[in-house]
Design a protein around this ligand. Structure first.
Ligand code: SAM
Length: 253
């Protein structure tokens, strides 16, 4: 991740993506005018609630569940997981992202620059969503490719839009059997945007990303569910990134 102004801009872009209301994200965006609903504005919630198989848990289990949110960025999915789980370990490589997540956790409002034109920001204010359990989340800086040996096991591991940002995705994938409890769930969302900027050609999947994940998890996980989840990120009022993320749910054998 680059330093200085750009990383501040990226931080604010992710805060808006995770915590902005529909109105805050779409303000001034004529491209979406007239649409009753814009899909993809609540991605950090959707990767939890559209992918998790809730019917696997009885109410009595819910106070016991442990989750890992790896590549949590500014933490929205981690707070979503805290509605269900007693403990959420939330890890990201970026100190700036983790600092912001901790500010929100402490109940602070964060002033964020939302861009109307390429270099013309408006200041808005964002805060932690209601009805989550921020005290259950432990935010930390860490590396998905080199997690502490004693971190797991977890009932739920959630990794959204992380895989194709890793220089050596295999190093992350090979830790998963030890990180997820037997019967536990792994949620892996990825837009499959492999690029040499993040991952050298020889470390990228040679075929489809799903086959790459499947063969890395072979014998240890079973694929249970697969959905495509849209996400919309605002660059400025006239420029949005629109993508979808292949979101697969795997159960540990
Ligand atoms: C594309 S963002 C996705 C963030 C969030 N999960 C979401 O879906 O909006 C990728 C995130 O992975 C983090 N990341 C990149 N490399 C990492 C690594 N080696 N270990 C942990 N996090 C990493 C980045 O800092 C960034 O927050």
């Amino acid at each position: 991740m680059s330093e200085g102004y750009e990383s501040q801009r990226l931080l604010h872009q992710y805060l808006l993506f995770h915590y902005g209301s529909d109105e805050q994200i779409l303000e001034g965006a004529t491209a979406f005018q007239g649409q009753e609903e814009v899909e993809g504005l609540h991605f950090a919630e959707a990767t939890v609630w559209s992918a998790l198989m809730l019917d696997r848990y009885e109410e009595k289990d819910q106070g016991q569940l442990r989750a890992l949110d790896i590549g949590c960025a500014v933490g929205r999915s981690s707070f979503e997981l805290s509605r269900l789980c007693a403990e959420v370990v939330a890890i990201d490589f970026s100190q700036a992202f983790i600092n912001a997540a901790k500010q929100l956790q402490a109940g602070q409002e964060i002033p964020v620059q939302r861009y109307d034109e390429g270099q013309l920001p408006t200041e808005i204010s964002l805060s932690c969503p209601e009805a989550v359990n921020p005290e259950r989340v432990k935010f930390a800086v860490g590396d998905a490719m080199d997690l502490p040996d004693d971190l797991g096991p977890f009932d739920i591991v959630h990794a959204a839009n992380l895989l194709c940002r890793l220089s050596q995705p295999q190093l992350f994938l090979q830790q998963l059997p030890d990180l997820v409890k037997s019967g536990g769930q792994l949620i892996m969302a990825t837009p499959c945007t492999w690029s040499e900027e993040f991952t050298a050609q020889e470390n990228q999947p040679q075929g489809s990303t799903l086959d790459f994940i499947r063969s890395s998890l072979a014998g240890t996980f079973k694929l249970q569910r697969q959905v495509e989840l849209p996400f919309v990120i605002r660059d400025h009022a006239r420029k949005f990134q629109i993508s979808t993320s292949q979101t697969s749910t795997w159960v540990r054998k």
